[in-house]
Write a protein that binds this ligand. Structure first.
Ligand SMILES: Nc1ncnc2c1ncn2[C@@H]1O[C@H](COP(=O)(O)OP(=O)(O)OP(=O)(O)O)[C@@H](O)[C@H]1O
Ligand SMILES: [Mg+2]
Length: 239
């Protein structure tokens, strides 16, 4: 059983990077069982937002709540164990380790006798990895690396999965394949935050969307509103 009934709530979040303010008073809510798109131009602050939620960057001000628990000041490892998994930008597999060992590494928090089952469950979503389990993960195609990263996230049985750039550098057929998997996971109850350059794909599968511009939220609402009124996205991308 995946997901839960808790919301993931970002309230008035401010984050600095390199001593410079990057996020300014960002608030948004993500719901379980739904894909939510997080979109905006390069440098808008999308990765900074999800990295802050996942505990990879310190929060200067504001609150991040998973249900009634605050995630601020919690280690990245504990945040993952409490149910928030980040699929980071850039296909960052452990290149010299085998595909199987990459997956086992993501299951290291589980009791020994549960590891194989968790790995098998994750692999059932990506049968194309089954014949590649014993090759170094660095030798996989970009799409297969992304599958490994999503499988790793799934092994931690997250309530929320934060996917930073699903499609970067991948062929459209693979992207559609991965998008179908995200839809399936959301249908099972997982909340998914999807950062995506192809806004048309993201808006097609996301019920709600947030648009960022220079570290601020400039739109929060239903994806359909952005599809109906192109001026919002147009100004966010030209800003
Ligand atoms: N390591 C860093 N040190 C200092 N500033 C950074 C660092 N990484 C990003 N920034 C700054 O933070 C801001 C937001 O960057 P972020 O990577 O969150 O944007 P993004 O929306 O994910 O962009 P992209 O679409 O290019 O991935 C940018 O102005 C960027 O210059
Ligand atoms: Mg980014």
């Amino acid at each position: 059983m995946m997901g839960g009934s808790e919301k993931l709530d970002i309230r008035n979040l401010s984050v600095e990077r390199g001593g410079k303010p990057v996020l300014h008073d960002v608030s948004m809510t993500f719901l379980p069982g739904e894909i939510t798109a997080l979109i905006g131009a390069n440098g808008a602050g999308k990765s900074t937002t999800v990295m802050s939620v996942a505990g990879a960057l310190p929060v200067r001000n504001g609150e991040i709540m998973l249900g009634s628990s605050s995630l601020v000041g919690t280690s990245a490892d504990r945040i993952r164990r409490s149910g928030v998994a980040l699929v980071p930008e850039g296909h960052t597999v452990l290149r010299t380790l085998s595909v199987l060992d990459n997956l086992r590494a993501a299951a290291s928090h589980l009791p020994h006798d549960k590891v194989n089952q968790a790995v098998d469950d994750a692999l059932s979503l990506f049968p194309e990895l089954s014949s590649r389990l014993h090759i170094p993960a660095g030798a996989l195609s970009g799409g297969q690396k992304q599958m490994v990263l999503i499988a790793q996230a799934i092994i931690s049985e997250p309530k929320f999965m934060l996917v930073d750039e699903l499609s970067l550098g991948l062929a459209p057929v693979i992207v559609n394949r991965l998008a179908d998997t995200l839809v399936e996971l959301a249908d099972e109850g997982m909340g998914i935050v999807l950062i995506e350059q192809f806004t048309s794909l993201a808006l097609k599968i996301a019920k709600h969307a947030h648009v960022m511009e220079r570290g601020r939220i400039v739109f929060s609402g239903e994806s359909q509103e952005l599809l109906d009124d192109h001026s919002i996205l147009h100004s966010a991308y030209l800003a």
